[in-house]
Design a protein around this ligand. Sequence first.
Ligand code: BYC
Length: 330
Amino acid sequence: MYAQMIKSTGQGVKTLDEMEPQERAFQERIDAGGKIEPKDWMPEGYRKNLIRQMGQHAHSEIVGQLPEANWITRAPTLERKAILLAKVQDEAGHGLYLYCAAETLGITRDEMTEQLLSGKAKYSSIFNYPTLTWADMGAVGWLVDGAAIMNQVPLQRTSYGPYARAMVRICKEESFHQRQGYDIMMKMAKGTAAQKRMAQDALNRFWYPSLMMFGPSDAESIHSAQSMAWKIKMNTNDELRQKFVDQTVPQAEYLGLTVPDADLTWNEEKGGYDFSQPDWAEFFDVLKGNGPCNTERLAARQKAWDDGAWVRDAMMAHAEKRAAQKVAAE
Ligand code: BYC
């Protein structure tokens, strides 16, 4: 594990003076804003940490289809159904770009899938919460995609070229997702009293899980210091959480909805809101597999993997046949 390979300097990150020449040159390239490409030399810890984060990111996109897929057949109009379908397809695409980008680091998609299904690799905690009403489609787009964009826009500048480039298209699509979610919330919040209650209920249930998406507090974040030194990560968890709250509270006010936090107050001095932290015990429990939908989500992915075995086998057999034909023709 890379964390054991780097000397502890308080933050656990090596200084330039402590590095061997090759590693120092690598770090200086990153410090100067250069990109690392698949065939370049990289420290083993950098490679492993990127695989971990990109794998988790890809899995989140794939598992993230499930709570929304739940509503495709029940969307209230044909137009809403088409929009939701397109959004869920985008998430599948994001997962695929990210798996491809991670494969450039020397891991296969099958290996990453195995890590997901065995519980070794994580996916975002948010997708272990159920989507109970149509308003949840609004809350997921507005808050979950909103939190994702907050995290992912800076990742367009991440040091690993294939990851940074994948993020450019992903962010454009996420921006559409966030707006479609907010549009649903506007319709609900400005609709009948019952629709407004549904919108408020969705905000109540998704607010704190959305704050958890940014990860544990900086004090508890084990990867931040090294990931930020390597520009695998551009901001700390708490920085992004604060930016998200500052951006989202006025949007809730515009909807006429109330953020479920009695202690939410504008802090003039810091130029941002003071807000209550999520229940971190709940967060770590969800990560351990004990959230409301963990078992269901993994079972759905396992079933998709098992059901798709014949397709993978057929494609492999076809590829082998084509390769053999090519050799025979030469
Ligand atoms: N959920 O040291 P830390 C989307 C884990 S999907 C689960 O701070 P790091 C979308 C963390 O992995 C959005 N686990 O970690 C899709 C680590 O455990 P491991 C997904 C979490 O990596 C469909 C441990 O806790 N976005 O957009 O520095 C529909 C310690 O944390 C979570 C990405 O994945 C969590 N919330 O920071 C709609 C973006 N938080 O790995 C939307 C890329 C932390 O040592 N990822 N953990 O076992 C990142 O930016 C970072 O990985 C994180 C965590 C900010 C998430």
